[in-house]
Design a protein around this ligand. Structure first.
Ligand code: GLN
Length: 546
C-alpha cells in the first residue's frame, strides 16, 4: 500500500514549495523508493494553459499533452517519473468534474456540497496519481495556509489520514523564519501563527521545513517545537543554497529522510545521493564559461522560461561549463539592432512564444546568427523565425507566418488545423494564446532523424519523441525551395508530413526544432540538443576559460 506525504506552505508564497516537494522526492528516491508526485492548485482555471506567462510563469507540458503548472517541471527534473494528467488538479478541474457528474444525475437527487462532494472528488483525484508501483505519493498543495481557496483541499487532506490510516500519512509544512536585521534576531512568530491556522483546520504538521537565511540554533528549534507541537528533530532548517539541486543533499544533512522514514514506519535504508553530489560539484566547479543570449518577450519574468533556463544549465553541466544568460528583449533588437545587442555572446537562443510583439527582433536575431556564424538554437517559435528569416533573406520570398500576417504572400509557417482534426486523437483544446481559433498540437509526438545531421549527431539515435505546444507548422509547399537553397530538414514526423527540425549546413551549429526539448532535460540526464548547443557555443571564439 502506498504512503502519502502532504506538503503545505505558510506565512508567504514563493518559499519554494515545489522545489521542497521535488527534493523530498529525490531524497526518498535515492533510498530506492518509488515516488509519485502531484500538485493541487487552488485557482479556478481548469489548467494554466489559459494563463499568461506574466501571471503564472511557464506552462509545463506533459507527454500526454496536458498544460500544467511549472512545478511539474521541477518534479520531472528531480524525480525519475513522467507526469501526466493525474499529476495536476486545480479547483476548476475538481468543480468541473463534480458539476459534470451532477448534470449526469450521478448524485441521485442529493444537494451537492463542498463537503462531502468536492472533498470526495479531491480525495479521488489524489488517489489517481498512485499506481500499483508507487511506494510514496507526495502531494503539494498550492497557495498559502489561510487562503480561502485552499480550504477544500486542506479539508480533503485532513480527511485523507482517516481514509488510509495514521501510519500512512504525514503532513509537512513549509514556513519562513525571517531574520530581522535591526534586531539581529530570527523570528519564530510567523511560523507559530501559520501552524496555528493549520491546526485550526485540524491538521497537525508532523515536520516543519523552516526557510531561513541561517541555520536555526537548537534553542530556536526547541521554541518552534514547543509552540507548534512538533518533535524537535522534526524542525528542519531549510537554508538558502547556491543551486536548487543541492536541496536534497541539504535535507539529508538535517536527517529529513530518517524522520520521514520513522514517521511513515518505513524500513531504514540509507539514501545514495552520489549522482546529485556529482551534479552539484559540476555546477559549483565549472571549467569554462559561455555567454548565451535569450532573445524573447517575457525577459522580465524569468519564471516564464523556467524549464528553458534549467535545460541550459544542464547543457552546461554536460560540458563542465557555467552558462551565463544574457536576457535580450526582442523589441530592443528591433529598436537598436542585433549588432549592438548580440555582438559579445557565444550563442543565441530564441525560445517559444505567441503573438506578434517583438517578432521582427527575433527574426533579426536569427539572421544575425546565420550571417555571423554564431551558434543558434530556435525552439518552436524560434524555429519558425529561422524559417521566415531564411525564406526572406536567402530565398527572396516576402514570407511570414500566418500567425503574424494572415494575408502574407508566402505563408512558410501556416495552420494545418484540418490535418490535426482527423489525424490525431490527442487532447485538443484552445489556449488563451490561441483563442482566435485553431487547436494546439500538445504533448509527445514521434520524430525520425536524418543521418549525418547535427540533430542526429546530438541524439545518436534515429527515432525520438518530444513534446509540443503550438498551432502553426512548417508549410510543406516550401520544403523544396528552402532545401534547394541550403536548409536541411533533419527531423520529420514518421509519415514525413511534419517538419520537426531544421538546420543549416554551412554553419557551426544552427538548429531549430518545432518541439520543446527543455521539458525533458534533467540535471542528471542533460538533453542532447542543449548539450550540443552549449558545446558549440563553447567552441565559439569568445568562450572564456576559467
Ligand atoms: N506561436 C507559435 C505557434 O503557435 C509558436 C508556439 C510556441 O513557440 N510554443 O505555432
Amino acid at each position: 500500500m502506498s504512503k502519502y506525504i502532504f506538503i503545505t506552505g505558510g506565512v508567504v508564497s514563493a518559499l519554494g514549495k515545489g522545489i521542497a516537494a521535488s527534493a523530498i522526492g529525490s531524497l526518498l528516491e535515492a533510498k530506492g523508493l518509488r515516488i509519485s508526485i502531484q500538485k493541487l492548485d487552488p485557482y479556478i482555471n481548469i489548467d494554466p494553459g489559459t494563463l499568461s506567462p506574466f501571471e503564472h510563469g511557464e506552462v509545463y507540458v506533459t507527454d500526454d499533452g496536458c498544460e500544467t503548472d511549472l512545478d511539474l517541471g521541477h518534479y520531472e527534473r528531480f524525480i525519475n517519473q513522467k507526469t501526466s494528467i493525474f499529476n495536476n488538479y486545480t479547483t476548476g478541474k475538481i468543480y468541473h468534474n463534480v458539476i459534470t457528474k451532477e448534470r449526469r444525475g450521478d448524485y441521485l437527487g442529493n444537494t451537492v456540497q463542498v463537503v462531502p462532494h468536492i472533498t470526495d472528488e479531491i480525495r479521488q483525484a489524489i488517489k489517481s496519481a498512485v499506481t500499483f508501483t508507487t511506494d510514496i505519493l507526495i502531494v503539494e498543495i498550492g497557495g498559502t495556509v489561510g487562503d480561502i481557496e485552499s480550504l477544500p483541499f486542506l479539508e480533503a487532506i485532513r480527511q485523507f489520514r482517516y481514509d488510509v490510516g495514521r501510519e500512512n500519512v504525514i503532513y509537512i509544512h513549509l514556513t519562513l523564519v525571517p531574520y530581522i536585521k535591526t534586531a539581529g534576531e530570527l523570528k519564530t512568530k510567523p511560523t507559530q501563527h501559520s501552524v496555528k491556522d493549520l491546526r485550526e483546520i485540524g491538521i497537525q504538521p508532523d515536520i516543519l521545513l523552516c526557510r531561513s537565511e541561517m541555520p536555526l540554533p537548537v534553542e530556536m528549534k526547541k521554541k518552534i517545537a514547543i509552540h507548534c507541537n512538533t518533535d524537535i528533530d522534526a524542525v528542519i532548517s531549510a537554508l538558502d543554497v547556491e543551486t536548487v539541486y543541492e536541496v536534497p543533499i541539504q535535507y539529508k544533512l538535517e536527517n529529513l529522510d530518517k524522520i520521514i522514514e520513522k514517521k511513515l514506519c518505513l524500513d531504514n535504508r540509507p539514501p545514495d545521493l552520489s549522482t546529485w553530489q556529482d551534479v552539484v560539484y559540476k555546477i559549483k566547479n565549472p571549467k569554462k564559461e559561455t555567454k548565451i543570449a535569450i532573445v524573447g518577450k517575457y525577459v522580465g519574468l524569468k519564471d516564464a522560461y523556467k524549464s528553458l533556463t534549467e535545460a541550459l544549465s544542464h547543457g552546461g553541466i554536460a560540458n563542465n561549463a557555467r552558462v551565463r544568460l544574457i536576457w535580450v528583449d526582442s523589441e530592443e533588437v528591433e529598436a537598436r539592432g542585433a549588432d549592438r545587442l548580440l555582438s559579445d555572446v557565444d550563442g543565441i537562443l530564441v525560445p517559444g512564444g505567441f503573438g506578434s510583439r517583438g517578432i521582427e527582433g527575433k527574426i533579426e536575431a536569427a539572421k544575425y546568427a546565420r550571417l555571423k556564424k554564431v551558434p543558434y538554437f530556435g525552439i518552436c517559435l524560434g524555429m519558425q523565425c529561422a524559417v521566415i528569416e531564411f525564406s526572406r533573406n536567402v530565398c527572396n520570398l516576402s514570407a511570414n507566418s500566418v500567425e503574424f500576417d494572415p494575408d502574407t504572400k508566402h505563408p512558410v509557417i501556416y495552420l494545418m488545423e484540418s490535418w490535426y482534426n482527423h489525424r490525431t486523437n490527442k487532447i485538443e483544446k484552445r489556449s488563451s494564446e490561441s483563442q482566435k481559433g485553431g487547436t494546439m498540437r500538445l504533448g509527445a509526438y514521434p520524430c525520425n532523424l536524418t543521418p549525418n545531421t547535427k540533430a542526429f549527431e546530438a541524439y545518436s539515435i534515429n527515432k525520438i519523441s518530444e513534446r509540443h505546444r503550438h498551432r502553426y507548422e512548417f508549410n510543406n509547399s516550401y520544403r523544396e525551395i528552402l532545401t534547394q537553397k541550403g536548409m536541411v530538414i533533419s527531423g520529420v514526423s514518421p509519415d514525413n508530413e511534419l517538419v520537426e527540425i531544421i538546420e543549416l549546413d554551412d554553419h557551426p551549429w544552427f538548429l531549430g526544432c518545432q518541439f520543446h526539448p527543455e521539458f525533458k532535460s534533467r540535471p542528471i540526464d542533460p538533453h542532447p540538443l542543449f548539450r550540443a548547443f552549449i558545446e558549440a557555443s563553447l567552441k565559439a571564439q569568445r568562450a572564456l576559460f576559467i
